[in-house]
Ligand binder design. Structure first.
Ligand SMILES: [Zn+2]
Length: 394
């Protein structure tokens, strides 16, 4: 990783008067229109393989990105983050522009928060940490099991979590490992266990966001990954969804009730539908052959309702459904939300779980004894990290 930054820095030391512009990705801008508007060769996009074309479709409006120009205003590099893990990197190699994907570097830090609730869990967590995503995750995980209206003065909450930092600032999505909230003195727990799923203290999976399978598939042809080193291509790959291979024409169904907010062509995703659900969730259905009649933007659909048919539109090597799940614009792995496994731990698994949680419960008891508030860090304003000469922009 360091090598990449040293390489960038070395290139830049040869560029006098190069300067970095920080910009926001515009609403309605696509990767192609961006290239066009900045007089960059469209070949950068057309030369990409299907996975990277999909990734280029994932740029979120409002994302902060950077352009590095030389003294003649010629674009030298562009860095556009996609989520917290990976960024698109346009650069010049042998006089030609190319696009690669590079990981975003960050550190992980374990933290404990132990406070008395004075306003609401959401407001109090934000006040103590300035971490909106942490507050949101906490509330989501107890939403179905705890009535926050019943909270009483003096009730407390404890959260054990891992947060990401980048150059001393907090950044990206934190991960709650264990949390507890008292409601009128009664303790309720949530634990992360079993491949990133959340369970209550009895080993029952927390009912958060469950999706039904959107298609009857023959096999999973590609899994979700934020960043994976590809040993043959010698570069990083990201795939922000699950590819379900299925025969052309197979029915595609809404994984949950919601409102259709997009229907049409979507870059590398071909014919696509996007549905907005409760609580900031969205699902994406891509590479469709065609849409179900009557399906249009603005329409509400039920869970399981047919919305389209499996195809191979956009860039795809064979008929499959690319299924994506987003929470507050951040791609998350649908595999942990699609309900296919039993949601209650039993037998040996449960015993293991009980041992695991007993340890955490002890730590929670210790944490409860006094207020613990992690040092408040500034939030990272922009994720990217081009470096102009003599100046670290990170
Ligand atoms: Zn895909």
């Amino acid at each position: 990783m360091k090598r990449i930054f040293i390489a960038i820095f070395m290139i830049l030391t040869y560029l006098n008067a190069s300067h970095v512009e920080e910009l926001k990705w515009k609403i309605g801008e696509t990767f192609l229109t961006f290239l066009e508007n900045n007089s960059l060769p469209l070949r950068i996009y057309y030369d990409l393989d299907s996975t990277d074309k999909e990734l280029a479709t994932e740029i979120i409006a409002g994302t902060n990105f950077q352009i590095l120009r030389d003294d003649k205003e010629k674009i030298q590099q562009v860095l556009i983050p996609i989520g917290d893990e990976i960024q698109l990197h346009i650069k010049i190699v042998d006089g030609k522009y190319i696009l690669t994907t590079t990981p975003i570097v960050y550190e992980e830090k374990k933290e404990v928060l132990s406070i008395t609730i004075t306003n609401s869990p959401y407001q109090d967590i934000i006040k103590a940490t300035k971490n909106y995503l942490l507050a949101n995750q906490f509330v989501q995980s107890f939403k179905k099991s705890v009535n926050f209206k019943r909270l009483r003065k003096g009730d407390r909450l404890v959260v054990f979590y891992t947060k990401k930092t980048r150059l001393g600032k907090q950044f990206g999505s934190p991960k709650i490992e264990a949390s507890m909230i008292e409601v009128r003195g009664k303790k309720h727990y949530v634990f992360l266990y079993n491949k990133d799923r959340y369970y209550n203290e009895k080993g029952r999976e927390v009912e958060g966001f469950f999706l039904s399978l959107p298609v009857r598939y023959s096999r999973i042809s590609d899994r979700f990954t934020y960043k994976r080193w590809h040993p043959i291509l010698h570069r990083y790959r990201a795939h922000l969804g699950i590819d379900y291979a299925a025969p052309r024409g197979t029915l595609v169904k809404a994984a949950r009730a919601g409102k259709i907010i997009f229907k049409g062509r979507k870059g590398g995703y071909g014919n696509a539908i996007m549905i907005r659900h409760e609580d900031g969730y969205r699902t994406l259905y891509a590479h469709l052959r065609n849409f179900k009649r009557g399906i249009r933007r603005g329409k509400y659909v039920k869970k399981g309702q047919v919305i389209g048919y499996v195809g191979s539109t956009g860039l795809s090597t064979g008929p499959h459904l690319h299924f994506g799940l987003y929470h507050w614009s951040r791609a998350i792995n649908p595999a942990s939300s699609v309900k296919i496994t039993k949601s209650v731990l039993a037998g040996k698994k449960r015993k293991e779980f009980m041992r695991y949680t007993a340890k955490y419960k002890k730590n929670i008891e210790i944490a409860l004894k006094k207020d613990i508030e992690p040092k408040i860090l500034k939030n990272f304003d922009y994720i990217v990290s081009l470096q102009a000469k003599n100046r670290y922009v990170e």
